[in-house]
Design a protein. Structure first.
Ligand code: ATP
Ligand code: MG
Length: 797
């Protein structure tokens, strides 16, 4: 190589080195969180390139998110320099499969312009089929059907193979099989793949066309998979196909892909690709999507002779954080015990806080973020996690009011908006005219007077003539519809035709990079879509216009990054945006995300909010086999994201699932040694002292001095909830609460006080009454804080 390998190995511990330098057919790296799995994978790639053992194009690395892929590419680039990292496939399973399918789709009846249906698209299609089959009567809701089809696809089962094993004397099963088969036919007709198909159909392709599989077996000599514990059966099978020996003798053509193979050895000497997988079975959190821990636990059986490397030193977190993580996860049975350790020292204790409500909880988070910022921690180094998306609302409210810059990780939200879906449907109608759903979606958006009757007539005409819906639309004058409708159809047809000409150049010609953004603008303007929004008096339509502007900006940005990118590339990128991928740059803001999204990430300071029963573990997990164990792993994932500071927050009462409930501290808190957590305000503060609990709750009833919280509106919020919560009291006794009762400490503006943690400060104002009396204090060192007078660790000086 250009530079000695030892530079690449610098700072690595011995097992990490081994993981980077081992050469053989199969390598499994199993290790706990933060032990350098992803780093080692990255260096391994760099080492292969560095030593000229592989060309970039011979490497396929699979990460869990597009964002992780981008980071890994950057780091490899950083390690090996220049353009060596180009031509490497570093991507998610889905992106890699899209690339393969775009090249090979014509092999089995698709075109390269196929559409990718996200879960909303496939739900819409399934909804229509459920209605057609009158399946509701058999308890087959669209959601249930979609879930079952997805699960089957992840197991590589199709309608036919499922029918063979199902109990077909059950009418519900028969109808399900019919819907599944119809669904698959509709996708094929629309030249579309749903998300699960991207993987399953690639496996099918490889199995049905060995010469196609061989193309990729020759090409990818080194396959590396991160987060292997979360692969499902279809993903496992895909990797398995790629790591098989060639099925045909060397010397055959390279297939249609025309890929250059570097220095391909003769057939009998070309070994199967080498496979490296890294994972942590304690972090498997996608069983509900078919992830199978056995893929990792049985790796040695599937790849005999595989080398196994264990990493145990954690480089991310302080010992206190690790001890908490170890303590919690050791409660899962059926796992190999491994203990993470670190040499960075104990660090600060974990901080616990129980708010009266989720607003109170959010205020604490905001205040702590503020203090951390003042202490020099960058906003981008802080993250707030929650179990369910709905929990973000209370946090956002307070963050906005406190002018805290934050960013919600979950880029898909933008693409789920109706106006964005409409705009994308226009693009799809151009790129893939066979996609009936897309064309039908825009048929009457904006209103063109094309109603259900006309739509059905066009669909029937298409079916009778054996042509696509789009072609039927173009020829619909034969249907004899009224002149107004005909004019509407003609207008839509003309707009689509004009945009096609703009975005889809004649073969051989290259469209200008701006074609997608310009074509999008043509579609939105000439279809009348923008005019309709502008003419509207609905204030929401103003926001819709802004969102569409944003989409055009995304298209422009895409053109800058991909000068040769086509409309199809653009649609692919948009379709594969996942929860962890941002639209915007998150630098300079606090990141908010679900615990699932947090996987693989790390932050200096982490807040895990809503650490309550029914949230984490989530109540839907209770009935699932293995559910509580998976929730514990999810919690473990959250805890192990933190480098320096970790906070657990709870709310005594929480408005969720449509009602206000009294929350119980999560069982996971009990599993953590008490001395690791410093409770600023524990469940015990509010509950363990006899009678205080009911008083605290009474204080928040209507007229009880807890105005504006909205709790008074719940009918469930009554006396009956109070005395039953004995377990919260029992629980509270286990947590050494910082028992504090300032009673009726008489504070007034101007008083000086001392706080255990914040030091000295001056009272600016007092608001509220009783248990909710709040002192607004300006501390000399940490600035403004709001304190609950009754329980805050303060004294007058
Ligand atoms: P997770 O299980 O959360 O995915 P991981 O095992 O992939 O974690 P990494 O993200 O690769 O762990 O590494 C965790 C942190 O430790 C990173 O900040 C990384 O840079 C650092 N790190 C890894 N190995 C070393 C090392 N030998 N010396 C110093 N820092 C290291
Ligand atoms: Mg990792």
């Amino acid at each position: 190589g250009d530079r000695p390998d030892n530079e690449l190995l610098e700072g690595l511990n011995p097992p990490q080195r081994e993981a980077v330098t081992y050469r053989g057919p199969a390598l499994l790296i199993v290790a706990g969180a933060g032990s350098g799995k992803t780093s080692v994978l990255t260096r391994r790639i760099a080492s292969l390139l560095w030593n000229r053992e592989a060309w970039p194009s011979q490497i396929l690395a699979i990460t869990f998110t597009n964002k992780a892929a981008g980071e890994m590419r950057e780091r490899v680039q950083h390690l090996v320099g220049d353009n060596a990292a180009q031509g490497m496939w570093i991507s998610t399973f889905h992106s890699a499969c899209v690339r393969i399918l775009r090249r090979e789709a014509q092999q089995f009846g698709f075109t390269k312009a196929f559409t990718i249906y996200d879960s909303g698209d496939s739900r819409a299609l399934i909804k229509r089929l459920v209605k057609e089959h009158e399946a509701d009567a058999f308890g087959l809701t669209p959601a249930a059907v979609q879930g079952k089809i997805s699960k089957l696809k992840n197991e590589l089962a199709d309608a036919e193979s499922y029918a063979r094993s199902a109990n077909m004397s059950d009418p519900a099963e028969r109808i399900f099989v019919d819907i599944f088969a119809d669904y698959q036919r509709a996708l094929q007709r629309a030249n579309a793949f749903d998300f699960d198909d991207l993987i399953a159909q690639t496996v099918y392709l490889f199995r049905a066309f060995p010469h196609v599989a061989d193309v990729y077996r020759r090409r990818f000599r080194h396959i590396l998979v991160d987060e292997y514990q979360d692969t499902n059966h279809a993903q496992y099978a895909l990797i398995h196909e790629l790591t098989q020996p060639l099925s045909e003798p060397e010397g055959e053509s390279y297939g249609d892909s025309g890929m250059m193979i570097f220095d391909a050895p003769a057939a009998d000497t070309l070994p199967a690709a080498s496979l490296t997988v890294v994972g942590d079975s304690d972090q498997s959190i996608y069983a509900f999507r078919g992830a199978d821990i056995r893929n990792i636990t049985e790796f040695e059986r599937d790849y005999p002779g595989a080398k196994v490397v264990l990493l145990e030193q954690n480089y991310r977190s302080t010992q206190n954080i690790l001890s908490a993580a170890n303590a919690v996860i050791s409660n899962n049975f059926d796992r190999k015990d491994k203990k993470l350790w670190t040499d960075v020292g104990a660090g600060e204790r974990i901080v616990g806080f129980t708010g009266y409500s989720q607003h109170d909880e959010a205020q604490f988070v905001a205040d702590e973020i503020d203090s951390l910022r003042r202490a020099g921690v960058d906003y981008s180094q802080m993250a707030v996690f929650y179990r369910t998306n709905s929990q973000s609302r209370a946090l956002e409210e307070i963050f906005i009011r406190s002018a805290l810059p934050y960013k919600i990780m979950g880029g898909t939200k933008f693409y789920e908006r109706a106006e964005i879906k409409d705009a994308l449907a226009y693009l799809v109608a151009v790129a893939n005219p066979a996609d009936e759903m897309a064309v039908r979606r825009i048929l009457n958006r904006p209103r063109r007077g094309i109603g259900d009757v006309t739509e059905t007539a066009i669909a029937r005409y298409a079916a009778d003539e054996g042509i696509t819906f789009r072609d039927a639309l173009a020829n619909s004058s034969v249907l004899g519809v009224g002149p107004k409708i005909q004019a509407g159809i003609a207008q839509l047809d003309a707009v689509l035709a004009e945009a096609s000409e703009h975005m889809l150049p004649a073969s051989g010609e290259l469209a200008p990079p701006t074609a997608v953004a310009e074509g999008l603008q043509i579609l939105l303007q000439k279809s009348g879509y923008l005019d309709a929004l502008r003419a509207s008096k609905d204030p929401q339509d103003e926001a819709r216009l802004e969102n569409l502007d944003e989409l055009v900006a995304v298209a422009r940005e895409f053109a800058r990054n991909n000068p040769e990118g086509t409309i199809i590339d653009f649609l692919t990128e948009v379709a594969l945006v996942s929860d962890a991928d941002d639209l915007e740059d998150a630098s300079g803001s606090v990141s908010l995300m679900t615990l699932h999204t947090a996987k693989g990430l790390e932050y200096d300071a982490v807040f895990i909010t809503g650490v309550e029963e029914d949230l984490i573990p989530h109540r839907i997990s209770a009935g699932e086999p293995g559910g509580p164990q998976e929730e514990r792993r999810l919690f473990y994932v959250g805890v192990t994201r933190a480098r320096q500071r970790l906070f657990f927050t709870l709310a005594m009462t929480r408005a969720q699932f449509g009602e206000v409930t009294v929350a119980m501290p999560s069982r996971f808190l009990q599993e953590i040694p008490a001395d690791l957590i410093d409770w600023r305000q524990s469940p015990g503060d509010v509950n363990s002292r006899g009678g205080t609990q009911s008083r605290a709750l009474n204080a928040r009833r209507p007229g009880g001095g807890f105005g504006g919280s909205g709790f008074g509106t719940s009918r469930r919020y009554g006396e009956d909830l109070v005395p039953k919560s004995t377990s919260i009291e029992r629980f509270a006794n286990r947590i050494p609460a910082k028992v504090r009762d300032n009673g009726d400490l008489a504070l007034k503006p101007g008083d000086r006080i001392r706080h255990d943690d914040f030091g000295e400060g001056r009272v600016d104002a007092i608001t509220g009454e009783g248990a909710k009396r709040v002192a607004h204090v300006r501390f000399d060192k940490v600035g403004a804080k709001k304190l609950l007078v009754k329980i805050a660790p303060i004294e007058k000086i």
